[in-house]
Design a protein around this ligand. Sequence first.
Ligand SMILES: [Zn+2]
Length: 143
Amino acid sequence: MTELFGARSGGEKVGENEVLISTARQARENAHAPYSNFRVGAALRATSGRIFGGSNVENATYGLTVCAERIAIFKAISEGERGFDAIAVVTDTDALTPPCGACRQLIWEFCGDVPVILANLKGKIEVIPMRELFPKPFDSSNL
Ligand SMILES: [Zn+2]
């Protein structure tokens, strides 16, 4: 647990991060990843307090695969949520897995500069603000 306290904190409470990480771990159990065997879980917290989990869902075409982060975002948006304050991503890798480029675009669009909590199954955690993961975003301000 020392890594929890050594992790960079984006100003959020550790206990709240634990709930998000645990939800992402649970969502990861439902990953449909028969092609890559790379199972990912995500959890998105709305400002309403509701938490939406997501897992990656692969497809035989590969290209139609959708990442865990985007599943969580689409679930929340389709349930009427609009404001979000954190997202967690859990994988079973020693090096923590950040969101891919497509997911960074969507996280920025719907969540803005939220803390992105990366974790693995061994308890390693790092919190990175979206502005560091996505420093020069294209968004509605460019239109
Ligand atoms: Zn992605």
